[in-house]
Design a protein around this ligand. Structure first.
Ligand code: 5RP
Length: 213
C-alpha cells in the first residue's frame, strides 16, 4: 500500500467519521485506494449499519473486516459513496474502470447522496483521455461494438484475461475525443452491446480528496 493512498484513505475516513449513524449504509468502490480506505474504516464498523459494494473483491475485504455487505436491492438509500478513479479533470469528470468494476461503481454512485472520490496526485489531469477508456461489453457483441468504436475514432483493445463480475469483457479504448465527457458517455452507451463505459460525467463526485503526500 502506497503512502499516498493511505493518506487519502485517512482523509476520507476523517471526512465521514463524525457523520456516521447507526442506520447508515455506505457505498464502497473498488481498487487499491479503496482497499486502503476499507482498512482505515474497519475500526469504525460499529458506528454504521453496513455497506453496498461495487465488486466481489471489495465485498470480500469488507466482510473480512466485520462490515456487513448489503445488496443494493435491500437498502433504501446510500449516504456516502467512496471510490477511487483513474483520471479526474478540473470539473470532477472521471475515467474509471481500471479495475473492471465501473458498471457497478456507477450504479452505486448514482444511488448515493454524496460521492467522495479519493485519488493520489497522479490521477489529476487537465483533460480526460490519456488513460484508455474501459468499456464493458457483452462478449457476443464485442466485435460489433469494436467496429462502432473505430467509427467514432477510437482504438479498442480487448483486456486480456479479464472478465467482469457480470461475466462480461472489457475493451480499453484509446484516442476517443473526450472533450465533451457527457456527450461521449451517452453516445457510447447508446451502442447495443455496451453495458457501460468508464466516463463518469453524469454521476460525478461532489468531493474529490487528493493525497497530500
Ligand atoms: C475500478 C476503478 C478504480 O477506482 C480505479 O481503477 C482506481 O484504482 P486504484 O485505486 O487501484 O488506482 O475504477 O474499476
Amino acid at each position: 500500500m502506497s503512502a499516498s493512498k493511505i493518506n487519502v484513505a485517512k482523509q476520507a475516513v476523517s471526512y465521514i467519521a463524525d457523520k456516521l449513524t447507526p442506520n447508515m449504509i455506505l457505498g464502497i468502490g473498488t481498487g487499491s485506494t479503496v482497499n486502503c480506505f476499507i482498512e482505515e474504516l474497519a475500526s469504525y464498523s460499529n458506528l454504521f449499519k453496513g455497506a453496498v459494494s461495487s465488486s466481489n473483491a471489495s465485498s470480500k475485504l469488507l466482510q473480512s473486516k466485520g462490515i456487513e455487505v448489503f445488496s443494493l436491492n435491500d437498502v433504501n438509500g446510500i449516504e456516502f459513496y467512496i471510490d477511487g478513479a483513474d483520471e479526474v479533470d478540473k470539473n470532477n469528470n472521471l475515467i474509471k474502470g481500471g479495475g473492471a468494476a465501473h458498471t457497478r461503481e456507477k450504479i452505486v454512485a448514482s444511488a448515493a447522496k454524496d460521492f467522495i472520490c479519493i485519488v493520489d496526485k497522479t490521477k489529476i489531469v487537465d483533460k480526460l483521455g490519456s488513460f484508455p477508456l474501459p468499456i464493458e461489453v457483452i462478449p457476443e457483441s464485442r466485435s460489433l461494438v469494436a467496429r462502432q468504436i473505430v467509427a467514432l475514432g477510437g482504438i479498442p483493445e480487448l483486456r486480456q484475461g479479464v472478465t467482469t463480475d457480470q461475466e462480461n469483457q472489457i475493451l480499453d479504448v484509446k484516442n476517443l475525443d473526450l472533450s465533451n465527457p457527457k456527450e461521449m458517455e451517452s453516445r457510447l452507451n447508446a451502442i447495443a452491446g455496451i453495458v457501460d463505459n468508464g466516463i463518469f460525467a453524469f454521476h460525478k463526485p461532489s468531493v474529490v480528496l487528493v493525497s497530500e503526500v
